[in-house]
Design a protein around this ligand. Sequence first.
Ligand code: SAH
Ligand code: AVI
Length: 327
Amino acid sequence: MKSAVAKACPLTKKSQVEVNPFATDAIKGLSATPKSISAKHFYDAEGSRLFEEITRLPEYYPTRSEMQVLRDRAGEIADALPEDAALVEFGSGSTAKIRILLEAAPKLSAYVPVDISAQYLEAEAAVLRRDFPALDIFPVAADFTRPFELPAKVRALPRAGFFPGSTIGNFEPLAAVKFLRNAARILGRGAVLVVGVDLVKDARILHAAYNDAAGVTAAFNLNLLARMNRELGATFDLSAFAHRAFYNRERQRIEMHLVSRRRQSVSVNGAVFEFERGETVHTENSYKYTPEGFASLARQAGWVERALWTDAHGYFSVRLLTLKRDL
Ligand code: SAH
Ligand code: AVI
């Protein structure tokens, strides 16, 4: 496989690196061998919309399974949340899941949705404000893999964290530990973290969930190229790339790739990249955990698993974590 050569890269100045992380990551990822781009860049407004469509697909079990657990356990989760807490949701997306917790826990005094998809975040917060007028809602548009500040108004409140969707599965396991340590620092003493984690299961169920018949997951994957065309002046021909998703059993993860259907050159922000026929851009990993595998990862990050709940099929888990140092 031939590696790509970036012939011109106008993004080397520090100021530009800070201004547009999508551009820097895209150029860096397409210059590497093998090519890859972080899954966090799926989520512009169109990516968020497509993800919501995925959550309604018959094959995509994680959302339905997790919603079932949240509905069944809402009372227990609410009991574990500190009184008058600010609930910080990492990668909030739509309001469907948080509504279940907000209805069960009227004692929460503020809600802080954190998401990289700024436009979608604001739109969802506006709808939630209308439905929960007594709740203080402070959306934070940020990349949660980098340092970010909580709004000043919630700094004095006790905090709880909510990280649903198995978005934690999109991290490499070591990065997941790093994220959990960082979440402990952001949430502080006495914190509780409720996290949704997808479980290892029959590979056929996993395969179907990421290769839906309607082609929505394919559109979600290809939107990364469309986003580069829209935002970075890239010249991707979307029909020249195919969606590929498969379960890597050894590493317990779904891998998503975009496969070049032919030999081609593509320009991104003035840099030219060569693709061989069959060459792929690795766009996402979605790790699946065993019940004990994730508990052990959480322990490495200073959290103790207080409860583990699953849906009736045992497809998806929701964990209640507290900080080890609070014991
Ligand atoms: N929590 C929702 C959405 C999951 S999709 C659910 O459970 O259905 C993943 C969400 O995380 C998206 O809304 C995406 O925009 C956000 N996200 C992904 N990577 C992120 C990052 N590095 N920083 C902040 N938000 C991120
Ligand atoms: C957000 N994340 C947990 C989803 C997942 O299942 O890994 C994103 C997704 N990718 C393809 N379909 C859904």
